[in-house]
Design a protein around this ligand. Structure first.
Ligand code: NAD
Ligand code: GLY
Length: 366
């Protein structure tokens, strides 16, 4: 079992272990004694893990209400959010009660936004059950839902009170969902921890050998990747909780990635869209002379080795249109991320008028 402290304005811990789901109440009682708890999960996770968590909490004296919403990024929207808010009110949750987000990044982002806004903000706990949520979205307090115009356009910064990650829940993830987590942890390696990349790759090659089954041996490596990824993110978020500077490094791959994800109507999932984005953004930066470090080929080859499909079925015009609506856009400019040297990324703010050239360079062949 590992514990990482995140010293944001409101500090909290992330606990990482294997087989700790049924001990959830013990950890949650570090934050609050028995109270009302709204356990929010999507329709897939409800049938897999809500029973174990609910039973553990009920046995410990919590009064648990299960709130379920339909799985999928296309449901990370205002409609699902409103339905959750109404159910929180019907369950009579008060300011001394708690929300628990049990699931992937969609659940964590949406339940976190519900927690940020219900009664002007109540405490919540992240229990990530996807690899992606474990290595990235459960930590840092970015909460949001998507709007018709783009991803995460309606949200708030609201830190959880605890993050509780049981690696054994990854055993029911599909190979595609494991790829999504690999993309974000590989991103972390590119930003700030070069030595993390071989472990990320090791997991995917082991999965290819086992036909997608997560074996006991892989669990240690998974724990290590989650721990190191979160250590990097923790440090960045501690320096820049509100995303005005250094935190934007975590957006490597996301200018292209969010547009690709949206254009596919979420058929290309977040992590796999970000993977494509990292190749394009590394290529654009090199071609446009932001850096002398040409990382695109290495990134492409690493991702291909992990079995990523890197095809982008959209032209520059389409990507540009969506990218202009991204929340990273400021009046007249956008900040892009690029690999500066192995394991190190940097930021560059470019005029919005240069975005077309940037996207064209990213999509061009070598
Ligand atoms: P997701 O939450 O949709 O989960 C992917 C799929 O896995 C869903 O169908 C879900 O039902 C299923 N699932 C979850 N846990 C499972 C388990 N243990 N076994 C079997 N199935 C399981 O998507 P995701 O990839 O976890 O997260 C993507 C989202 O995270 C995007 O909305 C993205 O914008 C967001 N995100 C947020 C941040 C942040 O800092 N807040 C960072 C990165 C990504
Ligand atoms: N995933 C981007 C961030 O947390 O800032």
């Amino acid at each position: 079992m590992k514990r990482i402290s995140v010293k944001t304005g409101r500090p909290y811990d992330m606990v990482i272990g294997t087989g700790i789901l049924s001990d959830a109440a013990d950890y949650i009682q570090e934050v609050t004694g028995p109270c009302r708890a709204a356990l929010i999960c999507d329709s897939n996770v409800a049938g897999l893990y809500a029973g174990t968590v609910s039973e553990a909490l009920t046995d410990a004296g919590f009064d648990v209400t299960l709130i379920e919403f339909p799985a999928g990024e296309e449901n990370k929207n205002l409609e699902s959010y409103c339905a959750i808010m109404e159910q929180l009110a019907r369950a009579a949750l008060s300011r001394s009660d708690i929300i628990i987000a049990l699931g992937g990044g969609v659940t964590g982002d949406m339940a976190g936004f519900a927690a940020a806004t219900y009664l002007r903000g109540i405490r919540y706990i992240q229990m990530p059950t996807t690899y992606l949520a474990a290595v990235d979205s459960s930590v840092g307090g970015k909460t949001a839902v998507d709007l018709g115009k783009g991803k995460n356009l309606c949200g708030a910064f609201w830190q959880p009170s605890l993050v509780l990650c049981d690696i054994s829940t990854f055993r029911t993830l599909s190979p595609s969902e494991m790829l999504d987590g690999s993309a974000e942890s590989y991103k972390t390696a590119m930003i700030a921890d070069e030595e993390l990349a071989p472990y990320v790759k090791k997991i995917m090659s082991a999965l290819m050998e086992t036909g997608g089954e997560i074996t006991g041996e892989m669990t240690d490596t998974l724990e290590l990747v989650v721990e190191r990824s979160v250590q990097v993110k923790r440090t960045i978020v501690e320096h820049d909780e509100r995303d005005t500077g250094e935190r934007q490094l975590l957006n490597f791959g996301h200018t292209f990635g969010h547009s690709i994800e949206k254009l596919s109507e979420y058929a290309i999932p977040h992590g796999q869209a970000v993977a494509r984005g990292m190749v394009c953004e590394a290529r654009a930066a090199y071609k446009l002379g932001y850096t002398e470090y040409d990382a695109a080929d290495q990134i492409r080859s690493d991702l291909a080795d992990m079995n990523f499909d890197l095809e982008i079925p959209y032209d520059a015009e389409k990507i540009l249109k969506v990218a202009k609506g991204d929340k990273k856009v400021r009046t007249g400019s956008i900040t892009v991320v690029f690999p500066e040297s192995p394991g190190k990324c940097a930021l560059r703010t470019i005029p919005l008028d240069d975005l077309q050239q940037y996207i064209e360079a990213g999509l061009s062949q070598q």
